[in-house]
Design a protein around this ligand. Structure first.
Ligand SMILES: Cc1ncc(COP(=O)(O)O)c(C=O)c1O
Length: 388
């Protein structure tokens, strides 16, 4: 049987990983500044993560949500403490798209309304409503096309106010990433998020903070939306939550009331997933990884700004983007193939850095040396081909 060929892949087989490093089958070492797409939050194969999952696996991997699962309450308590949202409620699921799908559905159940406001360059996942709220027509199948989702320009307060003035009573939810990831590391301005908060409160619409990529401590605060000083009504979480173990969830404000059968999933909140998510939070707390993400992010940004050829350096904590043009267009590919450094991309020309929050200073310095060396190679190579 052939694999369904939907991913453009690098011809590398990763067989082993530790901390911020990966190794391929030939033993070649790679520095991981990509975290498998912002997923590796505490570092690869952290011993506490491995042992907590292993011991849970030896006890009980799964039983369904038809029985009480005390690990879910333990996770909810820990998450409330680490995120500072102790009065919120937790619903557990399996992926970012599913988290957003449930968030949007819950907003519609609660308000009895159908309109969703999303923003230009947003990415919220690939399930039916999440993809309909994603600003990329190529991803939206005909069956997912809907008039219920309206796209407004990102960071445009006037356009948002005008829409609410005209249609506010129809709006179930506004969904926004605190920092757009797939869209190219675009930061939602504080004033814009505050405007969303006040309009959602005024019109009794639900403010959904998509924190799937920008959340879970990566920006130095638990949710990137916290930088704007706003409280969303629902936070969706996924990528960093299980450090690679598939687990996701939504944090739900107290005024949103649950009803039996309203939401549900077979695998969500299973014993193994809870053990993985608890291990991640324990390590984030124990090793003060949010503080490290802030410090390492500031260090990287300040040094990247000094490197000639890198443009529009932006981001928060360890969610950083910059643009490359002209002769540096292939920088990302060359970093991988020549310097053995994984980074992420956003079309057309943004390089994204999403390393583990446990990135160490010497690893950040190693990355900076690699990028400088590669830029020197790329800029000077034509001179070597055609010596004067
Ligand atoms: C902001 C955001 N929301 C949702 C998703 C979808 O998550 P998943 O791929 O786990 O369904 C992603 C994935 O990249 C994302 O970046």
């Amino acid at each position: 049987m052939k694999l369904f060929d939907v991913y453009p892949i690098n011809d590398i087989v990763v067989t082993r990983a530790k901390g911020s490093y990966l190794w391929d089958e030939a033993g070649q070492q790679y520095l991981d500044m990509y975290g498998g797409h912002a997923v590796i939050s505490i570092g690869h194969t952290h011993p506490h993560f491995v042992s907590r999952i292993t011991s849970q696996l030896n006890q009980l991997a799964f039983y369904s949500n038809s029985v009480r699962i005390p690990l879910q309450q333990e996770l909810a308590d820990k998450l409330g403490k680490v995120s500072g949202k102790e009065d919120y409620q937790l619903f557990l699921c399996n992926s970012g798209a599913e988290a957003n799908e449930n968030a949007l559905k819950l907003a519609s159940f609660h308000t009895g309304r159908k309109k969703i406001i999303a923003f230009s360059k947003s990415f919220h996942g690939r399930t039916s409503l999440a993809v309909a709220a994603t600003d990329n027509p190529a991803l939206i199948a005909p069956v997912n096309q809907t008039d219920h989702v309206v796209f407004l320009p990102f960071n445009d307060e006037a356009a948002l106010s005008d829409y609410f003035t005209a249609h506010g009573k129809e709006v179930a939810a506004v969904i926004i990433e605190g920092i757009q990831g797939v869209g190219g590391i675009n930061i939602a301005q504080d004033a814009f998020q505050q405007k969303i908060r006040s309009l959602c409160t005024e019109y009794q619409s639900v403010f959904i903070a998509d924190s799937v990529q920008c959340g879970y401590g990566r920006t130095g605060l638990f949710f990137s939306h916290d930088h704007a000083g706003v409280q969303a009504d629902i936070y969706s979480m996924a990528k960093g939550m299980g450090n690679g173990f598939p687990v996701a969830g939504i944090l739900i404000a107290p005024f949103l009331k649950a009803k039996h059968g309203m939401l549900g999933t077979t695998f969500g909140g299973n014993h193994l997933a809870c053990a993985a998510a608890l291990a991640v939070l324990e390590i984030i707390e124990e090793e003060k990884l949010m503080k490290n993400a802030k410090t390492m992010g500031e260090f990287l940004m300040s040094r990247l700004k000094k490197i000639e050829g890198l443009q529009n350096i932006r981001g928060k904590g360890l969610m950083i983007g910059f643009d490359v043009e002209g002769e540096l267009r292939d920088l990302r590919k060359n970093l991988l193939n020549h310097q053995h450094v994984f980074t992420g991309e956003a079309k057309p020309n943004t390089i994204r850095l999403l390393p583990s929050m446990a990135l160490r200073k010497k690893e950040a310095e190693e990355f900076l040396e690699s990028i400088e060396e590669e830029i020197n190679n790329m800029v000077s190579s034509p001179k070597m081909v055609h010596p004067a």
